[in-house]
Design a protein around this ligand. Sequence first.
Ligand SMILES: Cc1ncc(C[n+]2csc(CCOP(=O)(O)OP(=O)(O)O)c2C)c(N)n1
Ligand code: SF4
Ligand SMILES: [Mg+2]
Length: 495
Amino acid sequence: MIMGERVKLTRPEGFFETFDRRPGAVKKNMHYCPGCGHGILHKLIAEALADFGILDRTTLISPVGCSVFAYYYFDCFGVQVPHGRSAAAATGLVRANRGSVVIGYQGDGDLAAIGFNNFIQAANRGENYCVFFVNNAIYGMTGGQMAPTSLIGQKTTTSPYGRSEINEGYPLKVSEMVAQLQAPVYVERVSLTSTRNIMKARQAVRKAIKNNIEKKGFSLVEVLSGCPVNLKMNTKQMDEFIDTRMTDYFPLGVYKDESAERQTITYPTPVFDAEKVREALYPDKIGEGVADDYRCGSAIFDRELRIKIAGFGGQGVLSLGLILAAMGKQRNFNVSWLPSYGPEMRGGTANCAIIVNRGTIGSPIVDSNCDLLLILNKPSLEKYLPELGENGVLFYDSSTIEEAPAVKPGQMLFDLNASDIAEAFGNLKCANAVVLGALSAILKARFLDERDAADIDQLVPDALRECFHGKEKIVNMNIEAYRLGQQKMSEKLTD
Ligand SMILES: Cc1ncc(C[n+]2csc(CCOP(=O)(O)OP(=O)(O)O)c2C)c(N)n1
Ligand code: SF4
Ligand SMILES: [Mg+2]
């Protein structure tokens, strides 16, 4: 009880008084193992935040790793990000609020493996935040896999014979790499193995945070830290390992420090034009003579419609998707459009998924239960036909797919030689508008009530005008190709 009181009294004010977010009965201790470096570093940071009086404008970004729950402890703002995404979140946070202090706290797996590109690009841009990089030479949280900083010869669960430079390459010297970049203002490597080293680490933590407060750019403090549990050492052996083996390879010291010379960075004033954002999100309805609250009455619109369009890159697959999405928007549906660009040069497929729903769209992904597949080449047919739902509709371009595919009972099959028609029309690029025409003919003949069938010929030009805003020539050409496709498909349907 008395010990408990002492712990409470020596706790820096940068921590919560009790860690109420921690589940379970233990509300005063951290979740770290005995001998772990994370707790010591937390304490240095918490103390600095309180001493600088910046708790109310600091965001500490918790990573994925043993310090995933750092937000249990710090009495400032907190964001917990996906593995390795600290630098991306930090960039958004500091740019959105130049007066904020942002701390990236990352392990060696999080920073130097999965998140390295994010991290190094943010450092190279000189984003105004500071990173505390806990190098414990191991993936602590997941039970001791090799980290980019594991030492040569170090046995881990994924390097059971010891890390070898031939197989796994050399341990990454992050501080040295960052110090080579022009933008960072301050880079230091410290350790936590003795009171002296902890005091040096304390100064480094303070300097990095101060640089952030004074808007001097990017600072990195690499902290050599112990994970006695996964390195299977007691705390004394752990400190010795850090002081000898780790420090030999990762020498302590200042790698770059321009804190004194650097001026406060002046950032351009961001432009936020609310009206432009509104226009982009909610374009005005284009149609004339159509009620703003037009509600399609056909039964097919009573549930979510899941559409996929696929073909070669350059066939207008993605823009056809955009046109369908615009049609949905024009008629007051919620829509999503998710493009996927295939390796076009190597004969792969480009595709996009469109969802039309009067209610909320849960996910924009269509990878099963597809209601409508519009397929413009053979590889796409092979790839996506299995995704067609029980009563789904398949339309394919018979100019590029010669053999009629086999569909299951209940599924419907339509085709038109859309590319040939577009070519004869004078522009192969209009094949997608021909397909749109064919689709409208199918919808009119089989799926739309009288009112919606009459509406679609007005809706398509409206959607084209939304998509090709101001390019009246392109709009008109597409309307022509659309009408042609519709006529040819209607003829086929009545044959
Ligand atoms: C996208 C993703 N990949 C992998 C994981 C599994 N994972 C969780 S923590 C971790 C490594 C953590 O190691 P480190 O960053 O060194 O932190 P430490 O636990 O050592 O402090 C990994 C690979 C994950 N959570 N998410
Ligand atoms: S596993 Fe290692 S890094 Fe994780 S809390 Fe325990 S000692 Fe610390
Ligand atoms: Mg680690």
